[in-house]
Every structure is written in structure tokens, then in C-alpha cells.
Ligand binder design. Structure first.
Ligand SMILES: *[C@@H]1O[C@H](CO)[C@@H](O)[C@H](O)[C@H]1NC(C)=O
Length: 435
């Protein structure tokens, strides 16, 4: 911003000085020295005063001054930047704009919440306007003997739902994992219908707005997706569920039908395998599924320490899934919630491998303990730091920052896609200021 402002100001003064000759017109009533003085005055006027005024006017009109109350706090404080230090993170991570219900990212935001991390429930309440969809991780559809059961009602927190409904407009779509043995569930028409009925009935009874369904990774693990017939049945099951949810009759005071969001993983490489969820699958489900929660995280692991979700990888995943060369991708992109991690990783990088996910307060405690130098990794567009523990083992820590999140929101906007956050209890409070 500052750079552009300077260039603008330069151009003003250049064009103004080129106009000075017009003030140099000969005037019969003035003697030569007077004319010289006049010319000097005019030149001063044009060279300095006019540009100065135009710069001031320009600034007032076009530049958000650093104290504009409309800018989110993290931007006002200059925290959305590659150059950050541990001290600043420790000092600022709890601070946000006064108005916590103001949205700064205009596309849909789906936020996951886990019952084992109660911080997520609090964040959902505090920033409820910033989320269009909230997905508490509550349900599992299981096989019990020969029967199917939907487990998880005990997790559902009715008081919390009420508070969310009072303060914001977020839809509540609990996550349901299909734990049931896939062959049992998919092979028999009756079982599929039973599963669908269980889900629709729970939504109606608990007054949910729909569900987020996760099943693909389980189907992949059970080998279901290697058999073309079974793969087809599996996709068909999702279509049927979507149709049943969309046609379920709801209470008169509900604005829309039940929503189905489906969880998908990024293909593992450009060469799609049977178990990958690919562009064909996306297209075949898109009429009956309202959104796709794309798990663009965990690019690295203890075996290959590195960034959690390189931006280029997010881009190429979108490109691949949307088959971006075809014209229809824009309509599909709108249905995708690009995954953003609010957790990080602490990996061992010397003397063996190991380590794993860390959440906000663990990150802060590492910063306090080691006072590391935070670095911006350009390739992945993520921050990281190195430290050596008391057993002399070297670690690398990747954890999100306002900058890494901001660049990912930009990426989502460029596709006109939404975002999904795993999960809001694991982040730092100032992350929410950007949303
Ligand atoms: C906070 O922001 C929202 C949305 O922009 C606005 O409607 C509301 O009036 C603001 N509240 C205050 C106290 O400024």
C-alpha cells in the first residue's frame, strides 16, 4: 500500500511541474524582476503546494489511515505480515477487534468443534456471526450386531445450540461418521434406507440444519472403492441421502431444507487412483450435495516433516478437483469449503522421527520456553521455527499465523470458494479477527 501511495505522489509532482510554463506567459504590465518573482512564486506554488495538497487529498480519499476503526485489529496492528516475532505473538494472540460479529471474509465459513476441546464451543459463541456453518463432531453411525445405530446424542449440547441460535445465523450441521461396516451398509437396500432414515429423523428431532457426512476414507480403507459396482453404490448412497434430506418436511418456521455437506480428501497425486475422490465424483454428487469439506491439511507428517498445507498444494488440489480447464468449475467451486488448519505440528528433525499435532496453548508455551526466531517459509507460505529440546533433539514447529491464514483466505476468494476450519478450539483468538 505504502509503495503505491509513493508512486502516485511522484506522478502528481511530475505532471504538475510540466505545467509550470503556462504560468510563464509574458505580461505587459509587470517589469522583468517582478515577473521573475511572480514566476518563482507560481513555480513554488505548482511544484510544492499543489502536489502537497493533492497528496493530502488523495490520502484522505483513498488511503485507509492506520487508525481506521473499520480495519480488523490484526491489520491495524500490522500483525498480518511475514515478519513476526515470538514476543509479539505472546503479547497479541488474545486481542481482537472490539466488534466480534463483523465479518471480513465474505464467503461461507464452516467451523468444526470437538467435544474434547471445550474452547471451540466458546469461540463459536463469541464469534458466532463469522461462521455460516458450525459442525460439532458428535455422531457415529455404527453397526451393532445386525442393526444400525446412530450414536452421539449424548454429546449434543442443547443449551449451546440455543445460545448460538440467539446470537448468530450459523447453521448447525453436526458431523456424522459412517462407522458401520461398509459392505453391510451398502449392499442391502433396506440397510441404506435405514441409515438415511436414522439421520433424517435425528435432524428433525434435534432441529439441526443438516449434517456433515464423513465416509470416504473408511470406504477406501475397506476396499469398497476398488470395486466399480460397490463404488457406484457408495456414490449412489450419498445421492439418496442428499435427496432425502432435501425433501424432508420441516417445521414451518425453517427457511430451507436439511443440508448435506460431504467430507472429501485431496487426491494423493495427479494420477488419480480408484480410492481418490476425483473431479468425476465431485460432478456426480454436486446436484444433491450442498457443500464439500475439502481436507487440505496434513500434507506433512512425522515421516516427512514440513508445512501443514503448502499454498501451492491447495491450489493444485483445487485445480485437479475442479478440472479447472472445463467451464463448469466456477459453479462447483462455490460448493467447496477449502480446509484450513488451526492446529500446528511439532516434528522431530534430528536423531529419529516423531512428533505430531499441537494446539494453540502448546504453541504459546513453546514460544515462552524457547523464545525462537519465527521464520516465513516462502514456498509453502507458512511460519515455522526451530528449537532444541532438553534432550538435545532438534524440532521444527509449523503453526498458523495471521499471515498464513490471510493468504489462504485470499486463495479461497480467488476461487470463490468457502473455507472449513479444523478446528476452532485449537487456534489462537486473534485468528478469528481476520474471518
Ligand atoms: C458490529 O458489526 C456489525 C456487522 O458489521 C454491525 O451490524 C454492528 O452494528 C456492529 N456493532 C457495533 C457495536 O458497532
Amino acid at each position: 500500500m505504502a509503495k503505491r501511495r509513493e508512486r502516485r505522489a511522484d506522478r502528481h509532482s511530475h505532471s504538475d511541474s510540466s505545467q509550470t510554463p503556462t504560468a510563464d506567459k509574458p505580461s505587459p504590465s509587470t517589469s522583468k524582476p517582478d515577473r521573475n518573482r511572480l514566476t518563482t512564486t507560481a513555480t513554488v506554488l505548482f511544484l510544492i503546494v499543489v502536489p502537497a495538497i493533492s497528496v493530502i487529498v488523495y490520502r484522505i480519499l483513498y488511503t485507509p489511515s492506520p487508525i481506521t476503526p473499520d480495519l480488523p485489529y490484526v491489520y491495524r496492528q500490522g500483525l498480518v505480515t511475514a515478519k513476526i516475532d515470538y514476543h509479539q505473538v505472546l503479547h497479541e494472540n488474545m486481542r481482537t477487534s472490539e466488534n466480534s460479529s463483523r465479518r471480513n471474509f465474505e464467503n461461507p465459513v464452516l467451523a468444526y468443534i470437538t467435544p474434547w476441546n471445550s474452547q471451540g464451543y466458546e469461540m463459536a459463541k463469541k464469534f458466532s456471526n463469522k461462521f455460516t456453518h458450525l459442525s460439532p463432531v458428535w455422531y457415529e453411525l455404527k453397526s451393532q450386531g445386525t442393526k444400525l445405530v446412530l450414536e452421539g446424542r449424548h454429546n449434543a449440547d442443547k443449551g449451546w445450540i440455543q445460545e448460538i441460535r440467539k446470537t448468530g445465523n450459523s447453521q448447525i450441521l453436526p458431523r456424522v461418521v459412517l462407522e458401520a461396516i461398509p459392505v453391510d451398509l451398502l449392499k442391502k437396500k433396506k440397510k441404506r434406507e435405514k441409515a438415511i432414515n436414522l439421520i433424517v429423523a435425528e435432524c428433525k428431532e434435534m432441529e439441526y440444519d443438516g449434517i456433515v457426512l464423513e465416509s470416504w476414507s473408511r470406504w477406501a480403507a475397506y476396499g469398497i472403492l476398488h470395486d466399480p459396482d460397490m463404488r457406484n453404490t457408495a456414490l449412489q448412497f450419498i445421492v439418496q441421502l442428499g435427496q432425502a434430506m432435501h425433501s424432508a418436511s420441516l417445521d414451518h418456521n425453517r427457511r430451507q431444507s436439511l443440508q448435506l455437506v460431504y467430507v472429501i480428501s485431496p487426491p494423493r497425486s495427479n494420477e488419480l487412483e480408484e480410492y481418490d475422490f476425483g473431479p468425476e465424483d465431485l460432478r456426480s454428487l454436486s446436484d444433491d450435495v450442498d457443500g464439500f469439506s475439502l481436507m487440505t491439511y496434513d500434507f506433512s507428517g512425522p515421516q516427512n516433516p514440513g508445512p501443514n498445507a503448502p499454498l501451492k498444494w491447495i491450489y493444485s488440489t483445487m485445480q485437479l478437483l475442479l478440472d479447472a480447464s472445463t467451464g463448469v468449475h466456477q459453479k462447483l467451486a462455490k460448493k467447496i469449503f477449502i480446509g484450513i488448519n488451526f492446529y500446528g505440528n511439532d516434528f522431530v528433525v534430528s536423531g529419529g522421527l516423531g512428533g505430531g499435532p499441537i494446539i494453540g496453548r502448546e504453541y504459546l508455551s513453546l514460544l515462552e520456553q524457547h523464545r525462537p526466531q519465527l521464520q516465513w517459509e516462502k514456498n509453502s507460505e507458512e511460519h515455522f521455527f526451530l528449537y532444541i529440546d532438553n534432550q538435545d533433539v532438534k524440532h521444527v514447529v509449523f503453526y498458523p499465523s495471521p499471515m498464513s491464514i490471510a493468504t489462504r483466505l485470499q486463495e479461497a476468494l480467488s476461487w470463490d470458494a468457502g473455507i472449513s476450519i479444523w478446528e476452532i478450539g485449537q487456534g489462537l483468538e486473534y485468528f478469528f479477527d481476520i474471518l
